[in-house]
Ligand binder design. Structure first.
Ligand code: FEO
Length: 183
């Protein structure tokens, strides 16, 4: 009896998304290594933690494909892009990668809607929320870098920004958790 509950198209899209999450992890790993070598230990710590998060996103999708009785295909991961030029460039690029990833997740949501595969649609909602959090988190970081002086930030302001990054939470607060009492 065929127990596969995923269509060929969705199975391929989810397998590709799994590789995209692994690629995202490699990017954060690579940017974290760059940051640490530049002396930004707090930023490196934040990026390394995030590399782990991306890896866990990959695992979530892998588990889901298996749970639905379909075939996981572990694919090669492309090499990460070159090192960023500075801290602002690092987070500008991280933001672009997150937006690319969001676009790819939205495509899977649309595919699951078209196929009326509600299990996959429901599963993907977690990723929709996660991407909003991640985009917000990087945007918040870019705001802080801008306040610190952007590309011409002084050593002193980058020093305190870096120090704060060690304790920066991994997820950003979303609008839906805000109230009048807790803006
Ligand atoms: Fe798993 Fe940042 O996307």
């Amino acid at each position: 009896m065929d127990t596969n509950r995923l269509s060929k198209t969705l199975c391929a899209a989810l397998n590709n998304q799994m590789t995209k999450e692994a690629y995202a992890s490699q990017i954060y790993l690579s940017y974290g290594s760059w940051a640490e070598a530049e002396g930004y230990d707090g930023i490196a710590n934040f990026l390394f933690r995030h590399a782990n998060e991306e890896r866990s996103h990959m695992m979530k999708i892998l588990e889901y494909i298996l749970e639905r009785g379909a075939k996981v295909k572990v694919q090669a991961i492309a090499a990460p892009p070159p090192d960023p030029a500075n801290v602002q460039d690092c987070f500008n690029k991280a933001f672009s990668h997150e937006v690319d990833n969001t676009t790819s997740i939205y495509k899977i949501v649309k595919m699951s809607l078209d196929e009326e595969d509600w299990a996959t649609w429901n599963f993907m909602q977690w990723f929709v929320k996660e991407q909003t959090e991640e985009e917000t988190m990087v945007m918040n970081m870019l705001d802080k870098i801008k306040i610190a002086g952007g590309e011409s930030a002084s050593g002193a302001s980058l020093y305190s920004l870096d120090r704060d990054m060690k304790s920066t939470p991994d997820d950003a607060d979303l609008a839906e958790s805000k109230t009048v009492e807790n803006p």
